[in-house]
Design a protein around this ligand. Structure first.
Ligand code: SAH
Length: 520
């Protein structure tokens, strides 16, 4: 984990990179985590926003929320005011890419300087380098390009005294990298060819570089304008002119990822979604989290205290889920105890993720059955000699299947069920938007990791459709990924057949199966 750097009060002009949260610098992340005030004007990804100190004041100075576009002078003034009024605060002015590359960071720095306010700059990975790299284009290359230039593509072409020396660029610089140039592309092409850049010179456009939505287009100076028009290729994009574009096919990696261009929804409790989210992102997918479930601890403290006092009477403690582990051990802490309270009892875990959470709490499970279901634990416990006269405690959610306790009771085992948490349907307010995306065909797959995610998902979205039939007709068009036979059965009760069912009851396996499905 990142050690928090101790940030001093003051203003920081921070680059957030081109979109991929992994390209944020350590210094930028640390500042986001410790800032008191955040000023930003572009849509920062949820993942990057996830780093921001939850207690920070967030000031959005972009178009949204303002009836008109706030001017640069007003932003400069705002930063000066904020710094003057909050001398003890860490103020982060976050900017896309690098603050000093077409980011107007210099103007903000000058305004602060003139007001006598000290500030620091945290450079970011600029899109002109990163978007190209993710598209397979190195900005320089031995034998192909010994020089490069970053150029604004935004300059008004009718301006009498252009700041851009087109003749020099066309003749003297190998790789030309234009920012903000999509609208102005015809003028860029005209100026370059006018001064001798050949018509067959390769050109590439990369939009939303480093983001899951990344797309690129390769052409040459003669044809690029027509092709951009034909594909309706829109900003924000970097335009690259030069021989290095020829390397794209060999060096492209991001757009070749197995789930690139696919949008996958995950229907888990928000707190649990991050592992699956990360794995899907790494495979190139765009991930939408549709939470569906909220977990609330419901452990009765008196019951837990009583259990701890009598723990010696029990032989096994069984955990059936990650949430069960977390809520149980949190409850233990709340009554002033820790894992030592369990020193005399054996611990069983359903599934490897549950076992990992036990390890985090200092417990090495005595039993992790091969089959990740209640039936598997039942069998394994019986094999271990659990039988009549034994006392077993199961820590689990309210309202779950009774297979394990009924099976044990049938063998004469005394079973104590400790309900440690409960789940509620919770769409996190995105159900309407999600249904719209579903109707628009913007979602390629939905994954379900338990029966309750299925029940809650249907409950949350069905009202956005005319009828259940209509809802089903949309769901049938996509890949429905189920984590196992019980979840599949629940899908069947709604008339939905899962497209894939994970071979093994784990998130890793579910992700792998989704990847294999889309590879085909
Ligand atoms: N300071 C930023 C640039 C801001 S100007 C940086 O260093 O990257 C805005 C322009 O940057 C856009 O018009 C587009 O040309 C480019 N841009 C920003 N993010 C991009 C991305 N992810 N992919 C492609 N181009 C991007």
């Amino acid at each position: 984990m990142l050690n928090k750097l101790n940030q001093h009060p003051g203003v920081y002009l921070v680059g957030s990179g081109p979109g991929d949260p992994g390209l944020l610098t350590i210094k930028a992340q640390s500042l986001l985590e410790s800032c008191d005030i955040l000023v930003h004007d572009f849509l920062v990804s949820d993942q990057i926003m996830g780093y921001v100190n939850p207690a920070a004041d967030e000031i959005y100075v972009g178009k949204k929320g303002f009836t008109r576009h706030i001017t640069q002078d007003e932003i400069n003034e705002l930063l000066v005011q904020l710094a003057t009024k909050n001398p003890e605060a860490v103020i982060v002015r976050l900017k896309g890419g690098d603050p000093y590359v077409f980011g107007r960071g210099g103007e903000e720095g000058l305004a602060l300087h003139e007001a006598g306010i000290s500030f620091e700059v945290v450079p970011g990975v600029t899109s002109g380098i990163a978007a190209l790299a993710y598209a397979g284009i190195p900005a320089t290359h031995r034998g192909l390009a010994a020089s490069m230039a970053f150029i604004t593509g935004h300059e008004d072409p009718t301006k009498p005294n252009s700041q851009i020396n087109w003749e020099y660029l066309a003749k003297g610089v190998d790789t030309l990298i234009f920012y903000m140039g999509v609208k102005n592309l015809p003028n860029i092409v005209e100026n370059l060819t006018k001064y001798g850049r050949p018509l067959d010179e390769p050109v590439a456009l990369v939009r939303w570089g480093t983001n899951p939505e990344q797309e690129s287009l390769v052409s040459d100076l003669e044809h690029v304008v027509k092709e951009v028009e034909a594909r309706d290729f829109k900003a924000p994009a970097i335009i690259c002119v030069g021989k290095v574009v020829e390397l794209k096919e060999a060096l492209s990696f991001f757009e070749n990822k197995p789930l690139h261009g696919k949008t996958i929804a995950i229907t888990r409790a928000r707190a649990q979604a991050s592992n699956m989210h990360t794995q899907l992102l790494e495979a190139g997918a765009k991930v939408i989290e549709f939470p569906t479930i909220k977990i609330e601890p419901c452990l009765d403290h008196d019951e837990l205290i009583d259990f701890c006092e009598h723990v010696g009477e029990y032989s096994w403690l069984v955990f059936t889920s990650v949430n069960g582990v977390d809520t149980f051990f949190d409850g233990l802490l709340e009554i002033g105890k820790d894992s030592r309270a369990l020193s005399s009892i054996k611990v069983a875990s359903i599934g490897s993720a549950t076992a990992e959470h036990l390890l985090d709490r200092g417990i090495v499970p005595d039993l992790i059955p091969d089959e990740y279901k209640a039936e598997g634990v039942l069998e394994a416990l019986l094999e271990r000699g659990v039988g009549a006269g034994d006392k077993v405690v199961i820590a689990r959610a309210k309202k779950t299947r009774q297979v394990l306790n009924e099976g044990l009771e049938a063998k004469g085992v005394e079973v104590k069920v400790m309900e440690v948490y409960e789940t509620h349907a919770d769409g996190g307010d995105i159900q309407e938007a999600f249904a719209e995306a579903l109707k628009a065909g913007e979602i390629d797959a939905i994954s379900f990791s338990s029966s309750s995610t299925v029940d809650n998902f249907i409950k949350l979205i069905k009202d956005s459709f005319e009828s259940e039939e209509e809802m089903k007709s949309y769901l049938e068009k996509l890949c429905i990924a189920s984590i196992g036979p019980i979840t599949s059965k629940t899908l069947n009760t709604y008339g939905i057949a899962p497209t894939i069912e994970a071979e093994e009851f784990t998130i890793n396996c579910l992700v792998q199966d989704i990847i294999s499905y889309f590879k085909k």
